[in-house]
Design a protein around this ligand. Sequence first.
Ligand SMILES: Nc1ncnc2c1ncn2[C@@H]1O[C@H](COP(=O)(O)OP(=O)(O)OP(=O)(O)O)[C@@H](O)[C@H]1O
Ligand SMILES: [Mg+2]
Length: 501
Amino acid sequence: MNKELLNSDISIDRFKEISTWVSSVNNLDQLLELIVETATRMMNAKASSLLLVDQKTKKLYFKVATGEKKDDIKNFEIEMGQGIAGYVAEKGESLLVPDVSKDSRWHKEISESIGFKTHSIACVPMKVKGETIGVVEIIDKIDGSQIREGDVKILAVFAELAALAIGNARKIEFVTREVSDLKEQLAVKYQMVGDSKALRQVISDAHKVANSTISTLILGESGTGKELLARLIHWAGPRKNKPMILLNCAALPETLLEDELFGHEKGAYTGAMRQKIGKFELADGGIIFLDEIGEMIPAMQAKLLHVLQEGLFYRVGGNKSIFVDVRVISATNRNIVEAVSAGLFREDLYYRLNGVQLHMPSLRVRKEDIPLLAQYFLDIFKQERGLLHLTISEKSMKNMMEYDWPGNVRELRNAIERAVVMGNGKEILPEDLPILSSKPMDSGMRVGLTMEEAINNFKKEFIALNLRHTKGNRSEAAKAIDIQRTYLSRLISKYNLQKVR
Ligand SMILES: Nc1ncnc2c1ncn2[C@@H]1O[C@H](COP(=O)(O)OP(=O)(O)OP(=O)(O)O)[C@@H](O)[C@H]1O
Ligand SMILES: [Mg+2]
């Protein structure tokens, strides 16, 4: 920067001020105006402008303009390669034109139509990550002196600042949009659909529980939405902006589970190359969701109990106690009370986890949710496959209402997904829903069985199917398959189907 500039009232301090503003962009338009105006004053220019490349049309438009014709000029668009600005935008190189009338690149229409006499122009590109996103130009000096190479250098510094500001703002905009898109997607993905009394009750209980840190145990059959309920508690509570960390207790053997829960220090064992933070630590301030807690092996149960009692733990191989503030939600589809009385699950741990118990009702006790759920899943899958007019036939819906859904909502979801994929694309028909069709189910036939074994397998399947269909009502089932009720009872004992309903 030359001496004359340093001595001018717009000094280096002004420059510094602008650079700090750049990093705290919150009003980009204002910032760009400030940058251009400062540059104009600093170089004593008659007019100046900042043009941006429209990302769709690839044309340049005026983002900021100064000088007496600044409002008129904003109506113009410039093609890539057209005029001085278009040339600089296309080439990505600065240009100083001391006399535009002698330069073939000069596109005089704009200045003529707005009546702005132009003699000389300096124009520099603005680049973000090597890509030209626009240009900044100044036109003539107020005192009639020449625009010099030194001015072009200063203009380039301003252009760089402007590019930085725009790059930052775009990044922020991109991230903000991405975050809100993701949040929206998550909210849709984890929506708890259903309007039955049983479901509304459990949702309302979950909201109450959400506002405390009481340990919560979610029970319910497989596929009823226990994990979904845990997410609801997370989002409805004060810890929603902290993580909810999931851990499946059934999936891992003891040593790995301990490593997952508590982490380890570097060198804790062979292969422990660096320190690892465990899930309890990751969940600090938030929630840990212990899924399938009923499957946790006794040795781990003891360790978990210890953490819950003391509120602290050690990383594997570490001797520094780590305190965490973690809310525990656990879930199981096992009959945990039975597991406690059978000595498979520690009673003291059960009481620790069971501050409040929530029970996800199975789908067959809230059949009024079936149409809502079916429609919800249909909407998801038909969108995915672009089958926008796909509907569910009346007969299919009736079949779904009559079916017992031993796999609950997950089974319904899978059934709809399969029907969308396999069906005719217009209407979901009963035969698209395999679980419900009259096609024979697995009859228990296999090479290697005796005739008697195969017949027994078939009988067992067949009776179970009919019992599920009648919700365990033996008289109804006997009538449906046309045998005596007493005979059915004998078969139920023989095949151990007492609990099927
Ligand atoms: N009420 C509901 N509304 C929408 N989707 C649901 C509902 N309940 C369950 N689902 C969906 O069904 C599937 C199973 O739910 P989830 O994993 O929460 O069940 P779970 O009880 O944890 O099952 P498991 O015991 O097998 O782990 C998921 O895809 C979930 O999004
Ligand atoms: Mg689950």
